[in-house]
Design a protein around this ligand. Structure first.
Ligand code: HEM
Length: 132
């Protein structure tokens, strides 16, 4: 099983993600996934700078707190900028102390996909006895 890896999803190290932190080249880390939102900055309702300030950190709980009424819409937009999975997302410093709520993570994952790494899918399969 060790040799099996998803072929069509980029696995991006955190050291690479955090380099894309300017208004001309901006990646966000949200729930372990990486989004290239550069082209969206000028369209962002709160202005582009707010988003630039979220770079080079884990923005999951920040995203929850800053998007109220339009949360689902914002997440659907966000999903279109997905470029890959961060392979060591735990190394990223959270933008906020507070953890994302379970409700937010559920909504987020219902839109962006619940399983974000092959290892997680494999673990689920093994736990359920589907995969040995
Ligand atoms: C993590 C970085 C981000 C921060 C800190 C942030 C912050 C905010 C804030 C403060 C507002 C309210 C603006 C206002 O009412 O004037 C807002 C609105 C909005 N943002 Fe963001 N944003 C971020 C990233 C994004 C991204 C990546 C998207 C979509 C790709 C997005 C989509 C929206 C939309 C659609 C609204 C209007 C609806 C709503 O207020 O929920 N945002 N954002």
């Amino acid at each position: 099983m060790e040799s099996l890896k998803p072929r069509n999803v980029a696995r991006i190290p955190w050291s690479e993600v955090e380099r894309h932190n300017s208004k001309d080249d901006l990646w966000l880390l949200i729930d372990g996934k990486v989004y290239d939102v550069t082209s969206f900055l000028s369209l962002h309702p709160g202005g582009g700078q707010l988003v630039v300030d979220a770079a080079a950190q884990d923005s999951t709980s920040l995203f929850e707190r800053t998007h109220g009424e339009g949360l689902r819409y914002s997440l659907r937009l966000l999903n279109q900028f997905f470029i890959g999975v961060c392979e060591n997302a735990t190394e990223a410093k959270p933008a906020e102390q507070e953890k994302p709520s379970p409700e937010f993570l559920q909504t987020l994952r219902s839109i962006t996909g619940a399983l974000h790494t092959f290892d997680e899918a494999k673990a689920t399969g093994e736990a359920q006895g589907i995969l040995r």
